[in-house]
Design a protein around this ligand. Structure first.
Ligand code: B3K
Ligand code: ZN
Length: 856
């Protein structure tokens, strides 16, 4: 297989400062004429090489004259050119309606749209498909007017008109040079929700969210989020929007969340459409975050783009950090941090500990689509967050200003970003750069010794990063640790919080005059993305869960207490649940705490996170330990859960999307879950009453989740009612599939296999595929059924999906790659499925790379 290496980067031989595209749009056969103004980049005699994939080449001309001295190497069009600048024209034909991989120009719901990142543009026309070739685009589209009344592209609309044969045309021009991965067009029967935003320098920007006419009422939340994001980026980073229009289009068939095409973002409809009846609070939050993320790319990604795909985290890590901070500012910052860390631990830590581990700036790839990972995105964001912590808000902002200023209009590298921060702040980031090249999650051990007589306390810190594939020797990284000590009796802090930089393998910090026994609060706010091991006792954790003034640390202490209990009991020990129950009871009863925080804090760690703490994951034992603890917590605190449930229910009348109302709904759903876990006889009736009375999807889905987990008489009726009520709404049907795939039940594997035959199940829609197959893959117990049926099911589905959509298929492979973490029987069964996948004739490059790496 062909491997692309970071160290092999060379600057482009030919530049394309201008390009004109002319599309004769038709779902079966679209003609694309491309006029490239090419310039030799320096004195060399190499031909022009234009990437292509899957199109039919109709003609080539140079400076207005048809030529035939070109060749095709693989899928690359190679054209000998003599001068230093030429005009090269090509015409190709493509078939959008046959494009099932959803890269390039494709059809979705009767409309036509594009997706080019990373290497989809080559499926539209011949072009040097690499992010360091920046061009000014002019785009003309002609299409049937009845079928495609709306024609959109990047930049500003410049002209439009009708043609005699029922067709019409439109022209758009984007004044900002951009790489081809940011190209986009949409042709469709779309309605718009319009808005406007006045920028900080007083320019008026016309905003539009384009969807099916029936969906317009579901776009207000996205529009409001867009305006909030535009204002936030001005205030926080001094970044102003630069075009006169900003359009967003929602499509149903999309390989991931959304795409930041210049001036024309294209979204998976699940990240645009929301109303209280069909979207949960979680969906609303996701919409605001993704709308903001794509908008923020206008600067971090578009105005300053990436030199090559190894620099992907330059735009993605930074932009995720930006959207995380935006969301934190819109609601509860503490809850947002908890959610982000939970996400990091659920997806990125296992990736960094498994066969697909890679640094945030990888050294090589076969298929770049496989590197849009939790590591590039979420660990990437943690790296930027550490820089912000170390530099402080002011110097960090000076650094980002310098970065945008220096590299505006260019394709930059991660090194350019770090150097800008270094230059603006005067901080030496030499060692910090290791975060860009070293994979793996560092493990920190911390132990605090106290000598009562001398009043001396000593904190002993050590770090170690375990080996990852291809990187056996690891060096110490820079870990900014926010720490604070509390007196065990007075609960008073010994001193204000300090940030310790752990840079060596081992480090000792001495505290003088510590009279009271100190309790250590460390990695507050999760200031470093590491795994922490401390020698704190259960009593100390309970103390921190009740007393720490950093909400994240407080959450973390309670989680650790639960985790220690669960790991012990999954390992076969008989464990007393009293400490956990008391800590949860105390949290629940504390009126000072935000309800949203309480709801997060009292949730047990996921089965897979418990598994991550064990030498060998025992999915059945983990499940039993967790269910038993849930039952005991439910029973012991039943009165409190009912009080919390009734209290939250009484305070929420009529749906409002606000941090307070969200917190109450969340607590209500968590309480309902514990009431059901207690085995209370009325739990089914209570959940069903909530299900029926709900005026919003958050309450309805949480009630359904509780019902589906149990065996009450209301279970099947609720599933049927839900299905019938929403059978015409694809996004809600996705929930119906996922709730069943994630159910903690003995029959989940069988149910999922049956659902794969359901008339509403299809692999050709990525959301639907992920709703069933993706959700099942993270249901640790069901997926890891001892007979291997879960593995076989996933492999069958992935083999089928790969024929249609390799990118989406390859993303779903990681659960099979976790074989080293399981007993030898399961490991052998998982490996056998991976081998079966690898042996499929005609397997995609995407799957071949992921499946074979997963076997190592
Ligand atoms: N940049 C796109 C992701 C493209 C994924 C290509 N496989 C969306 C985002 O991160 O904002
Ligand atoms: Zn992004």
């Amino acid at each position: 297989p062909h491997v692309t290496r970071r160290e092999d980067y060379t600057a482009p031989d030919w530049l394309v400062p201008e390009i004109a595209l002319d599309f004769a749009l038709d779902p079966a056969a679209t003609r694309v004429k491309a006029t490239l103004h090419v310039q030799r980049s320096d004195a060399h005699d190499r031909p022009l090489r234009l990437d292509g994939a899957g199109q039919t080449l109709l003609s080539v001309s140079v400076d207005g004259v048809a030529v035939n001295d070109w060749t095709i190497e693989g899928e690359t069009l190679v054209l000998p050119l003599t001068g230093s600048a030429h005009v090269v024209e090509t015409e190709v034909e493509i078939a959008p309606e046959r494009n099932t991989q959803l890269m390039g120009l494709y059809a979705s719901g009767g409309n036509l749209c594009t997706q080019c990142e990373a290497e989809g543009f080559r499926r539209i026309t011949y072009f040097p498909d690499r992010p360091d070739v920046l061009s000014r685009y002019q785009v003309r589209m002609t299409a049937d007017k009845a079928r495609y009344p709306v024609l959109l592209a990047n930049g500003d609309p410049i002209a439009a008109g009708d043609l005699p044969d029922g067709r019409h045309w439109a022209e758009w021009r984007d004044p900002f040079p951009k790489p081809c991965y940011l190209f986009a067009l949409v042709a469709g029967d779309l309605a718009v929700n319009r808005g406007s935003f006045t920028t900080m320098s007083g320019r008026e920007v016309a905003l539009g969210i384009w969807v099916r006419a029936a969906d317009v009422p579901r776009t207000d939340h996205a529009l409001a989020a867009l305006k909030a994001a535009m204002a936030w980026d001005e205030q926080t980073y001094g970044r102003e929007y630069d075009l006169d229009v900003f359009n967003i289009v929602a499509v149903d068939d999309f390989n991931f969340g959304a795409m930041e095409n210049k001036g024309l973002n294209i979204f998976n409809s699940r990240y645009i459409l929301a109303d209280p009846d069909t979207a949960t609070d979680y969906d609303y939050d996701g919409i605001a975050a993704v709308v903001a993320h794509e908008y923020f790319h206008n600067w971090s990604g578009n105005r300053v783009t990436c030199r090559d795909w190894f620099q992907l985290s330059l735009k993605e890590g930074f932009t995720v950090y930006r959207d995380q901070c935006f969301s934190a500012d819109q609601g509860s910052a503490a809850v947002k941090r908890i959610e982000d860390v939970r996400g990091l631990r659920a997806a990125q830590f296992p990736e960094d500990a498994g066969p697909l581990a890679h640094p945030i700036r990888p050294d090589s790839y076969q298929e770049i689509s496989n590197f849009y990972t939790a590591t590039i995105y979420n660990k990437g964001a943690e790296i930027i967050r550490m820089l912000a912590t170390m530099l402080g808000a002011q110097a960090f902002r000076a650094g980002t200003d310098l970065y945008f200023d220096r590299f505006d209009g260019t394709a930059a590298t991660c090194e350019d970003f770090v150097a800008s921060l270094e230059d603006a702040s005067g901080t030496d980031l030499t060692q910090f750069r290791r975060w860009y090249s070293q994979a793996g999650t560092p493990r920190i051990t911390a132990s605090l010794l106290h000598h009562k007589g001398s009043g001396r306390a000593e904190l002993v810190l050590a770090q170690n990063t375990p080996p990852t594939p291809g990187q056996t020797v690891k060096q110490p990284v820079v870990l900014p640790l926010r720490i604070k000590l509390f007196g065990a009796d007075s609960a008073q802090p010994y001193a204000p919080e300090q940030t310790v930089l752990l840079t060596e393998a081992e480090h000792r910090i001495v505290f003088e005059d510590v009279r009271e026994r100190p309790i250590l609060s460390i990695n507050r706010g999760f200031s470093a993305p590491a795994i922490l091991e401390t020698d704190r006792s259960a009593a100390d954790l309970a103390f921190l869960a009740a007393q720490d003034d950093d909400p994240f640390a407080r959450y973390e202490a309670l989680q650790q207490l639960m985790l220690d209990t669960l790991v012990e009991s999954a390992g076969g020990a008989r464990v007393d649940h009293a400490a956990v129950i008391a800590a949860i009871g105390g949290t629940l009863a504390n009126p000072q705490l935000d309800r949203a925080f309480v709801a997060e804090a009292v949730l047990l760690p996921s089965e897979s996170f418990i598994g991550d703490q064990m030498a060998v994951v025992d999915p059945e034992a983990i499940f039993r330990a967790r269910e038993t603890l849930r039952r005991d917590i439910g029973r012991a605190l039943e009165a409190s859960w009912r009080a919390a449930y009734d209290g939250a229910r009484a305070t929420t009348t009529g749906y409002v999307y606000s941090p307070e109302a969200k917190g109450l709904r969340r607590l209500k759903s968590v309480a309902l879950g514990y009431i059901a876990a207690s085995g209370a006889a009325d739990a089914g009736a209570l959940a069903f009453a909530q299900f029926e009375a709900a005026d919003n999807m958050t309450d309805r889905q949480s009630a359904l989740t509780t019902l589906v987990a149990g065996d009450s008489a209301q279970r099947t009726p609720a599933l049927d009612i839900f299905y019938n009520r929403y059978s015409d709404n694809a996004l809600v049907l996705d929930k119906w599939f996922s709730v069943q795939a994630m159910a903690p039940r003995d029959d989940t594997g069988a149910v999922v296999a049956e659902l794969a035959q359901h008339r509403d199940f299809t692999l050709s829609n990525p959301n639907r595929a992920r709703a069933l197959i993706g959700a099942f893959g993270v249901n640790q117990r069901a997926f890891n059924a001892a007979d291997g049926s879960g593995y076989r099911f996933l492999a069958d589905q992935l083999i089928a999906l790969d024929r249609l959509n390799p990118q989406t298929a390859a993303k779903l492979i990681p659960p099979l790659g976790r074989w080293k973490r399981f007993d030898s029987n399961r490991a052998a069964l998982m490996r056998a499925e991976l081998e079966r996948i690898v042996a499929v004739p005609g397997l995609s490059k995407d799957m071949a790379e992921q499946a074979s790496r997963s076997l190592d």
